[in-house]
Every structure is written in structure tokens, then in C-alpha cells.
Design a protein around this ligand. Structure first.
Ligand code: COA
Length: 167
């Protein structure tokens, strides 16, 4: 199992995963203002995000990695190089998403573990992770990666929990 930058090599399973995310109507987690519809554009966007090139005001530089297992795309993670006012409340440093068909098999716990290593290499000393109050799976993923609960803050449509992880 490994984290790699987006690549054409796994285009087929990425597209299948994209359809699964769309079917559950999950939106707004691509670190982009729109939903990706083709991999070339998406890869260009992730390269620009990493360099901080052409970012709109609300975004910060970030690196996207894919979790690959058995030669297939399983999920992705976005690691933000710093926080802004928005990410301090919602989103934190790291977001992670496992394709619906691969959930409850330990991948969520693993992707965050691997993302923390990448964050350390980026020079971060501790990272903020947030999740919805009702997102039990994400809370478990954070706690299994030594997340320390900070607080619950009001947010729409539901409160957010904030955790810190020392790297
Ligand atoms: C949150 C998410 C990444 C978890 O991925 P996953 O691969 O299912 O996670 P794991 O298999 O490592 O499971 C971690 C724990 O959560 C539990 N869990 C998983 N899905 C659950 C659910 N729907 N309800 C309750 N518990 C759940 C698992 O049983 C496991 O607990 P255990 O160790 O006590 O057995 C995945 O559900 C997801 O992508 N959700 C949508 C995006 C999201 O919410 N991202 C996080 C916010 S940034």
C-alpha cells in the first residue's frame, strides 16, 4: 500500500471511484472549485495547488496523494501546507476520502497514517484535523492516529470537532 501523486497509471480505478463518490453525492472535497471530470485537468490542478499557483483567495497550497492498493485507486488525501482562517475552523491540514466500496477495511486509518508521514516531511510539526460531529468513522480514524481532541465549534449544517496530532 502506498501514497503516490495522481497519475494516468490508475486512471481506470480513479474514474470508477469518482462515479462512486458522485453516487453518494459527496462534493467539495477535491481542493478545487469544481468537481473533476477528467484526469488531465485534475492532475494539472493538483500540480498548481502544490506550487500555490493561481489559487483563489480561500485556498492554500496543498499536496494531493492517492492511496493505491493491489494496483487500484482506493482513496485520496489533501495535505495543506498551512492553515488560513477557514481551514482553522473547517478542514484543517489534512482531508482524506476512501472510495465507498473500500470503506470499513482499515484504509481510512492507513491513509491518515501515511499522510502524517508526508506532512512531517513537509516540515509541519503538528496538524489540525477536523470532522463533523456525526462522522464516527472519521473520529475513530483520527483517534487511532493519536489525535487529541481540542474542541467542538459551531458550524453549518452541524458542529465540527477539532483535533491536533503531534508529528
Ligand atoms: C471517514 C473514512 C475515511 C473512514 O474510512 P474507512 O476506510 O471506513 O476507515 P477504517 O476502515 O480505517 O475504519 C476506522 C474505524 O471506523 C469505523 N467505521 C467505519 N465506517 C463507519 C461508519 N459508517 N459508522 C461507524 N463506524 C465506522 C470502523 O469500524 C473502524 O473502527 P474500529 O477500528 O473500532 O473497528 C470514510 O468513511 C470516508 O471516506 N468518508 C467520507 C469522507 C470523510 O468523511 N472524510 C473524513 C473527513 S476529512
Amino acid at each position: 500500500m502506498k501514497l503516490i501523486k495522481p497519475t494516468k497509471k490508475y486512471e481506470q480505478s480513479w474514474k470508477a471511484a469518482l462515479a462512486e463518490f458522485q453516487a453518494e453525492e459527496r462534493k467539495g472535497f477535491w481542493n478545487w472549485e469544481k468537481e473533476p471530470d477528467n484526469l488531465d485537468d485534475y492532475m494539472k490542478q493538483t500540480r498548481n495547488n502544490e506550487k500555490g499557483k493561481g489559487l483563489s483567495e480561500s485556498f492554500v497550497p496543498s499536496t494531493t496523494y492517492w492511496l493505491i492498493d493491489n494496483d487500484e485507486f482506493v482513496g485520496h488525501t489533501n495535505i495543506r501546507h498551512k492553515l488560513n482562517e477557514h481551514y482553522r475552523k473547517i478542514g484543517g491540514h489534512i482531508g482524506y476520502y476512501i472510495r465507498p466500496s473500500a470503506r470499513k477495511k482499515g484504509y481510512g486509518t492507513k491513509i491518515l497514517k501515511l499522510a502524517l508521514k508526508k506532512a512531517r516531511r513537509l516540515g509541519l510539526k503538528k496538524v489540525l484535523i477536523t470532522c463533523d460531529e456525526s462522522n464516527i468513522a472519521s473520529q475513530k480514524v483520527i483517534e487511532k492516529n493519536k489525535g487529541k481532541f481540542q474542541d467542538k465549534i459551531p458550524s453549518d449544517p452541524e458542529p465540527k470537532l477539532r483535533y491536533w496530532i503531534e508529528l
